[in-house]
Design a protein around this ligand. Sequence first.
Ligand SMILES: [Zn+2]
Length: 378
Amino acid sequence: MKEYLQTKQTEMLQLLEKLVNIDSGSTHKEGIDEVGGILKSLYEELGFEVEVIEEPKNGNNMVITYQGNDNPTMLAVAHMDTVFRVGTASERPFTINGDRAYGPGVIDMKASQVALLYALKALKEKNPTALEKIQIILNGDEEIGSSTSRPLIEKYSEGKKYALIMEPARKDGSLVTARRGGGRYSVYVKGKAAHSGVEPQNGISAIEELAHKIIKLHALTNHEEGISVSVGIIEGGESVNTIAPTAVAHVDVRITYIEQAEVLDQKIKEICATSDVAGTSIELEGGINRPPMVKNQQTIDLLEIIKETGEELGIKVTDVATGGGSDASFTSAMGVATIDGLGPVGGNTHNEDEYLEIPTLVERTSLLAEVIRKLADQ
Ligand SMILES: [Zn+2]
């Protein structure tokens, strides 16, 4: 399949250019649906059936299955949205400079879309029966937390043996086998306003109360156990000479093991259940909603198969853990052996100088095709 794909590199780069030059930021439904439309017809040409799940506000999601096959063992997930606003593609369109390609979303993850499609094309050519074993979800809201696609990903994870998540490989080419989970909270505090010069004794400071809460929340951080609690934004008060009647803190929480979620949630609730400054009231919103992706035995077994395949192709496969979230967390929490970072190699994602290492486009597509072929026989 590698030789076949080598003859397709120009074609792959042309498709990549087309996809990168369509703005498809998460809030730009029109652009995401345009990308979806192009991919839909390409999958149909390969003999796949594409179900489009219409979304009123977000980009549409798609579930792609090979010709009415009802027993696929693998799920591949790739997102079509990017983090870039409308107009970015015309300001800095797809360009090639030496061995690197640039443009909005080029590596996160439009190159992955091209890789997945061409891996399937190569299989169609050389090992067509493998196609029956794979089902694909292309989603339109990953960069904003996958709120509409998460239920789909969970539904189609059921009964699968393997999940292949198409986020790009890391800069050094590593795959991703663990990700931290987490969530967000907001702490709203109410006190009582009073002139801080005239009658300070009549005021109750919401900011003072929040200060106590911030210290206690941060004290829950435990780097050794992979737990972090960080107040990232605070707001409060009305003027410098008014005792602050309101204050709010927005809190980012990360965990490494799913068992930590409930314990940590309980501690956060306990901290916010009582006031340190008499007379204030506290309201807590939010929760831990993204499970961690854990490198368990089934991940290690799947990684072994990928490493072996890599060796046959002359690619040294390494893996890392990362703090950021992706759809891998959802398939992993559903009990499916999951590997992420199966896209081509690149870096500086979400930045202006985001890039794809062009030689890895064919290389990683070959790896993916061979991995799917092997897993189809498992
Ligand atoms: Zn991504």
